[in-house]
Ligand binder design. Structure first.
Ligand code: NAD
Ligand code: 89Y
Length: 338
């Protein structure tokens, strides 16, 4: 299977490493408007075909899928371009700047008859997968409450300076993953209420968000995110969980410690492996990149729909929109039945 990648910036290095790890896949072309980033990635990963213009790359063709690793502003144009050239697509989060854009993008790829997956990787982290497996096995009975928490003081702005510049920050960038994890555990959401704050005055958007979700199955979740939390030890980039079920509780605590309390108590170390090209503390995210990309390839080979498909991701995107609206209007927002 041959792929092309657009956007050779900060995060794409992880994706290029992960593609190199996956059997049967070769990245044959790279595109970036920044010639320095383009040539550095091409030489690091030994990729001969390079382009500064995505249209030219699609025109030359010769690949089955494209991996879009640019920031959100360019996603719609690039996804529609890829669909018009009939290739499968994996696109980074946030998938779209608005829900309307997201719907148009999903429609364009559906009309082309191709697969579209969003690189929504947090639910694919091995500690989260371990917790999901335990809940799905019935270890705590039916969950009725879930807290999904990400609180950190880690400096994300040095690697990703654009995060300090947007009107929106933590919900759109990070909360989107944490909301997706709540969906993965408890399913679709009926209504949501949110508050936001900006603590760090040198950035433009909100860096604290607290969200209360009522799920359609009757369960409640609290999704809380902060990049203004000074804690020791620093837990970036761990997502912590607390799930109550009718027959027990599950906790994923700092240090990747999974505790299951049912009729008996079990404590398991679910630390993610450190891949050869990974580095702490990012290794948790980096491993999930390889896992999600392997899932994409497996789905293409089997002709099945990826778990975090474009269509599925519209529901996570709807939660992001609802959270901003709720915080702005000071009201609970009902999700549509779509
Ligand atoms: P970045 O700015 O470092 O890199 C983006 C690159 O895309 C730049 O080099 C830019 O020149 C290039 N680019 C932009 N528009 C282009 C176009 N039309 N054609 C060709 N090249 C173009 O950004 P980043 O930090 O690597 O983030 C990329 C995406 O990855 C973002 O959407 C971000 O939210 C996401 N991200 C995801 C995770 C995760 O865990 N899933 C982590 C970090 C970043
Ligand atoms: O961009 C973000 C993401 O998706 O995961 C962590 C991050 O890099 C900073 O918040």
């Amino acid at each position: 299977m041959k792929g092309a990648l657009i956007g050779c910036g900060f995060f794409a290095q992880n994706q290029l490493n992960a593609w190199r790890d996956i059997d049967g896949v070769e990245i044959v072309a790279l595109c970036d408007q920044d010639t320095q980033r383009l040539s550095t990635s091409a030489s690091t990963f030994g990729i001969a075909r390079t382009y500064t213009d995505a249209r030219e790359m699609f025109g030359d063709g010769g690949f089955d899928f494209v991996d879009i690793v640019t920031t959100v502003g360019s996603h719609r144009a690039l996804v529609e371009l890829a669909a018009s050239h009939g290739v499968h697509i994996i696109c980074q989060k946030p998938f779209a700047a608005t829900l309307d854009d997201g719907q148009a993008m999903v429609g364009a790829v559906r009309a082309a008859g191709k697969t579209l997956m969003v690189h929504e990787n947090f639910r694919w982290q091995s500690p989260i997968q371990a917790a999901m497996k335990a809940v799905n096995s019935g270890a705590i009975g039916e969950p009725f409450f879930c807290r999904v928490s990400f609180r950190s003081g880690y400096d994300v702005f040095s690697g990703q300076p654009y995060l300090a510049e947007g009107e929106r920050f933590i919900i759109e960038d990070l909360g989107i993953h944490i909301l997706d994890i709540a969906r993965a555990f408890l399913g679709d959401v009926d209504h949501l209420a949110a508050t936001t704050r900006r603590i760090n005055q040198s950035i433009k958007g909100e860096d604290v968000a607290t969200m209360l979700l009522k799920h359609r199955n009757g369960a409640t979740s609290v999704v809380d995110c902060s990049y203004a939390t000074r804690r020791s030890p620093e837990t970036f980039p761990q997502t912590l969980l607390e799930i109550d079920g009718h027959e027990g509780t599950l906790r994923l605590d700092a240090g990747y410690r999974l505790t299951l309390q049912g009729k008996t108590e079990k404590i398991v170390d679910v630390s993610p492996p450190l891949l050869p090209w990974a580095e702490r503390p990012w290794h948790n995210i980096q491993e999930s990149v390889r896992t999600i990309q392997q899932h994409f390839v497996d789905c293409l080979n089997a002709g099945t729909t990826p778990e975090t498909s474009g269509e599925d991701n519209l529901k996570t995107l709807a939660l992001v929109e609802a959270a901003y609206r709720s915080a702005k209007e000071g009201q609970t927002v009902k999700l549509s039945d779509r």
